[in-house]
Design a protein around this ligand. Structure first.
Ligand code: PFF
Length: 445
């Protein structure tokens, strides 16, 4: 058997896993989801979910992936054939997320060129120009295809030369730019109202659907519940400290989401924009923020959209990799064939998603493809996938094996092992079930 590909270095793995986690979910989705769900209380619930459920599930995914040395489906199937469906659900989620993610990735890429082409010269028109752009039937498609091609190029190259290199160089750049934007936003008059909205919880705004949105956001943002971190963990060396890696990746992801919130809300309040501005938030707030700064502003906005594109890219390559690894491990495809066939299907889904924003195409319960793919994965599949993984680890796998894997046979001190185990076995599955039921009921009322 061919030796399994491995990460080139420790920092390379962290950057790639953090690269997967940090993406549109943090910078595009987190701010507008927080805005739609009332701000502070949502953020607080999200943070609690990240710290308790997100971290534990990530550790479980790393552990299961490295133990089984197989990607999502194989990791379940090699233990018990009856569990294959849990992995397949993950691959399906990968397809569905890749059915809209590259559309937004394409917007980000397009905005690099739009900002370069003078978008900021007429600040009053920035909002309308975004609306006109995404509802156009053809231009966003071209950008989506271009974006998807970038993914294909990286994933065809394989693990350490493609995905790992991209993450190592570009992640730190993103962090730096977000800090610059946050500082700029915070210095505007009236900015503090934005901080209050984001960090002062108002529990009267909490209901089942807000809690489910926070749970879904935690899973989506940390790339959990669909076997992505199982797949990445399967390429990880036996020497690595899984607990430390999971903690670092979770912390980095959360830091970027909060930073994106701090970059967005103060500016938005200072401009008198609506917090529930929806998916256009970053594409409107950031250019507007920099518009009055002249050439310097254009440069910052340009850097921001380059970084957003890169953050999106290091995430979508991981989504594509989940499907590709499945085809290689389970269907004996060559890497090339796996990449080309799966990305073709994704492109077709993206066409449906993109057209739906202009009101074209089929609808499910009155909702277009873009929102259906997003809702299904974010609000249902990922959380259910996480729940299944926890039930699998807690009830089907051997506790001693898990202990050996997570502590490298006792070499690594993890005093909280029993707490983690109880969370995975009982608390997380029950919590997810309750949150999903109450959220879905609320949604249908
Ligand atoms: N975590 C990514 C983001 O926040 O943009 C999205 C994602 C990547 C979700 C990989 C799931 C996944 F498996």
């Amino acid at each position: 058997m061919e030796k399994r590909e491995n990460w080139g270095s420790k920092i390379g793995f962290i950057m790639a896993a953090a690269g997967s986690a940090v993406g549109l979910g943090n910078i595009w989705k987190f701010p507008f989801t927080a805005g739609n769900n009332g701000g502070g209380a949502f953020v607080l619930i999200y943070l609690i979910f990240v710290a308790i459920i997100g971290f534990s599930v990530m550790l479980t995914e790393f552990g299961v992936g490295r133990r089984r040395q197989l990607a999502a489906v194989g990791a379940f199937k090699s233990v018990d054939k009856r569990w294959t469906f849990a992995g397949v659900l993950g691959v399906l989620s990968g397809f569905l997320i890749m059915g809209f993610y590259p559309v937004v990735g394409g917007w980000a890429l397009a905005y690099v060129f739009k900002v370069g082409g003078g978008l900021l010269s007429n600040p009053a028109a920035i909002g309308d120009s975004f609306g006109a752009f995404i509802t156009n039937p053809s231009t966003p498609l071209m950008w989506m295809v271009l974006y998807l091609i970038l993914n294909v190029v990286i994933v065809v190259k394989g693990i350490s030369s493609g995905i790992e290199k991209a993450g190592k160089i570009l992640m730190p750049l993103l962090f730096g730019i977000l800090i610059v934007i946050a500082i700029k936003g915070l210095t505007l008059p009236g900015a503090m109202a934005g901080m209050e909205f984001l960090f002062k919880p108002d529990f009267s705004k909490v209901n089942g659907s807000v809690v489910l949105a926070a749970l879904g956001q935690a899973f989506f943002s940390l790339s959990l519940g669909m076997g992505c971190m199982i797949t990445y963990g399967s390429y990880l060396s036996k020497k690595e400290n899984l607990v430390q890696n999971a903690a670092i990746v979770t912390a980095m992801d959360t830091a970027v989401a909060l930073l994106a919130g701090i970059a967005m809300f103060p500016a938005m309040f200072a401009f008198g924009m609506e917090p529930a501005a929806g998916p256009g938030l970053v594409f409107v707030v950031v250019p507007t923020l920099f518009a009055e700064m002249g050439a310097m502003g254009s440069m910052f906005a340009l850097m921001f959209f380059v970084a957003l594109t890169v953050a999106a890219l290091t995430s979508s390559v991981s989504l594509l990799e989940v499907v590709v690894a499945f085809l290689i491990d389970e269907k004996q495809f060559s890497r090339k064939k796996a990449v080309f066939s799966s990305s073709t299907v994704m492109a077709l889904l993206c066409i449906l998603a993109s057209l739906s924003l202009g009101g074209v195409g089929p609808k499910l319960f009155g909702t277009g493809a873009f929102d259906v793919f997003d809702l299904l994965t974010d609000k249902i599949f990922l959380a259910i996938g996480g729940m299944l993984l926890c039930i699998f680890a807690g009830w089907r796998l051997n506790k001693q094996d898990l202990y050996d894997e997570i502590t490298n046979k006792g070499e690594i001190k993890f005093g909280m092992f029993d707490t983690w185990y109880a969370l995975v076995k009982y608390v997380i599955p029950i919590t997810i079930a309750l949150v999903a039921i109450s959220g879905i009921r609320q949604g249908f009322e």
